[in-house]
Design a protein around this ligand. Structure first.
Ligand code: PHE
Length: 345
């Protein structure tokens, strides 16, 4: 009996002195003292030898002994909590790895900026389908059947037309959206039509089989060529700054009369002459004109009462001048080294 008490005392002292610096050591402690074959269980097994009158007293001693071991296990486990952080080599005060944030595509940035400038002038945004019928892309726009733009060279046909059925094609300009707007809305009309268009061109630094346009249409009473010029002048000043110069050259489009192309002073060389402006100091950025009376008539708009202007430009070209992009193909090659340069406008 004395011997047993001494043994318990020794084990308790031993337990008090134990230290652990890892999960394995804590586990070893648990197995040694509190496991199914551990010392606490062994000592409990000695209860049989204890005379009946001493059982109660001894039971209390044993219970305290067991609690002591369990409390120590908890202390050891809690102690590891702090030390574990150092153990696995992680410094939780270090800044985290940055999460890569995507960038907007340069064409979207420029398109958004173009749209916001025209919105400030009161233009609404209109959208339409990329697969169009012949009427909305060509016919309504006063493109006669033998017009070269209908040639298979330029247009991707999805379905050939027959005598009774329209041809289906990938729209070659977003004038098709203007057609849809005139079909459904009455003047005054003030819309811009941003969108992707397709032309069957050999892909090179200067041409692609698809590109993006922002076209515009303004129809109301007393709309004049002066309104057209001032609107477009305002646009380029907002886009490129107050110093930009513009010039209009007479041109031809089947859907406008008179028609004009607008050049701006080259934004790359400031008019001194470079590859982009072919050493002329001027770069063409858009086509425009007064809406042809026949186009208005096609949609039941009285050309005696209403006049309008229309314009169309390529987003790629505007972005090229803004960012000095000298190869159109870069826009669609998904090269992150190119794309990540455009964080904002
Ligand atoms: N639709 C013409 C094009 O795609 C651009 C344009 C629009 C010209 C409106 C004049 C008026 O080239």
């Amino acid at each position: 009996m004395e011997q047993l008490l001494q043994q318990i005392q020794d084990i308790q002292n031993e337990i008090t002195a134990v230290q652990a610096t890892s999960h394995e050591e804590v586990e070893q402690f648990r197995i040694k003292y509190l496991g199914t074959k551990g010392l606490v269980k062994q000592i409990m097994g000695e209860m049989k030898q204890v005379p009946n009158e001493k059982k109660k007293e001894f039971g209390q001693i044993l219970n305290a002994f067991k609690l002591h071991a369990e409390a120590k296990l908890e202390v050891l486990q809690a102690g590891l909590g702090d030390e574990a952080e150092e153990d696995n080599g992680t410094d939780y005060s270090m800044p985290g790895d940055p999460t890569p944030v995507g960038t907007r595509h340069p064409l979207n940035l420029v398109r958004n900026q173009m749209v916001s400038i025209f919105k400030r002038l009161g233009f609404a945004v209109a959208e339409g389908p990329e697969i169009e019928d012949d009427w909305h892309n060509f016919g309504a726009m006063n493109l006669p059947l033998d017009h070269p733009a209908r040639d298979m060279q330029d247009t991707f046909y999805v379905k050939e037309g027959t005598e009774t059925e329209s041809a289906w094609l990938l729209r070659t300009h977003t004038s098709s959206v203007q057609a849809r707007v005139m079909e459904t809305q009455k003047p005054p009309i003030r819309v811009i039509c941003p969108g992707r268009v397709y032309r069957n061109e050999t892909i090179s630094a200067r041409a692609h089989c698809f590109f993006h346009q922002v076209e515009g249409l303004y129809i109301d009473e007393n709309v004049s060529f002066a309104d057209l010029k001032q609107t477009l002048y305002f646009f380029v000043q907002e886009m490129f700054g107050k110093d930009v110069k513009v010039r209009f050259r007479p041109s031809y489009f089947p859907f406008t009369e008179p028609s004009a192309e607008m050049d701006i002073s080259c934004q790359i060389c400031a008019g001194k002459g470079c590859n982009i402006c072919k050493h002329t100091g001027w770069v063409e950025i858009l086509g425009s004109g007064m809406v042809h009376p026949k186009v208005l008539e096609n949609f039941g708009i009285d050309p005696e009462k209403y006049t309008g202007f229309a314009f169309g430009m390529g987003v790629e070209r505007i972005a090229q001048l803004k960012y000095q992009v000298n190869d159109l193909r870069l826009y669609s090659q998904n090269d992150l080294r190119f794309l990540q340069q455009f964080k904002s406008v």
